[in-house]
Design a protein around this ligand. Structure first.
Ligand code: HEC
Length: 131
C-alpha cells in the first residue's frame, strides 16, 4: 500500500472524501470507543512467544512484514488504538489471510482474550522498528 498523499497522488480534501466514503460502507454505525487509545496491560514476553509461533510466518520476524503487512511502523501505531488491534486480531479480516484468532480452529492456534492482549502489548514494543 503506497502513501497516496503526494504531489502526483490525492489532495488532502480528496483523502477525506475517500475516508468518508469508506466509512459509509460499514453496515452498522460503529459504537464510540470509551477506552483510552492505549489500555492493554498484556504480558509482552508471553506476547512475543505467541507472535513468533503464530503471527511471524505472515507478518515477519519483529513484525517487519511478509505476506501480511508490517506491524512495526510508526504510522500504524500512531493511528491504531489498542481496541483496533484487539478487534482485528480477535475477529480477523474477512476475505483475507488474516484469521479471527478468538475463533476455535483445527488448523491454527486459538488465542484467549488474555493472549490477544499480550500480543498487542508485544506489538507496541515494535513501534519504532521502521520508518
Ligand atoms: C496466514 C497469514 C497471517 C497470519 C498467520 C496472521 N496474519 Fe495478521 N494479517 C494478515 C494479512 C494478509 C493482513 C492484511 C489484511 C487486510 O488486507 O485487511 C493482516 C492484518 C493484520 C493486522 C492489521 C494491520 C493494519 O495495518 O491494520 C494486524 C494488527 C494483524 N494482522 C495482526 C496479526 C497477529 C497479532 C497475528 C498472530 C496472532 C496475525 N496477524 C497472524 C495475514 C496474517
Amino acid at each position: 500500500m503506497p502513501g497516496w498523499l503526494r504531489p502526483d497522488g490525492l489532495r488532502p480534501d480528496e483523502v477525506k472524501t475517500v475516508v468518508a466514503y469508506v466509512r459509509s460502507l460499514a453496515p452498522v454505525k460503529p459504537e464510540p470507543d470509551p477506552r483510552p487509545a492505549r489500555w492493554v496491560m498484556g504480558d509482552t514476553q508471553a506476547g512475543r512467544r505467541i507472535f513468533e509461533a503464530t503471527c511471524s510466518g505472515c507478518h515477519g520476524a519483529q513484525g517487519k512484514g511478509g505476506e501480511g503487512p508490517a506491524l512495526n511502523n510508526k504510522g500504524l501505531h500512531a493511528g491504531a488504538t489498542d481496541t483496533y488491534f484487539v478487534e482485528t486480531i480477535s475477529r480477523g479480516r474477512r476475505g483475507t489471510a488474516m484469521a479471527a484468532f478468538l475463533k476455535p480452529s483445527p488448523v491454527r492456534p486459538t488465542l484467549t482474550r488474555d493472549d490477544v492482549q499480550s500480543v498487542v502489548a508485544y506489538l507496541r514494543t515494535l513501534e519504532g522498528g521502521n520508518q
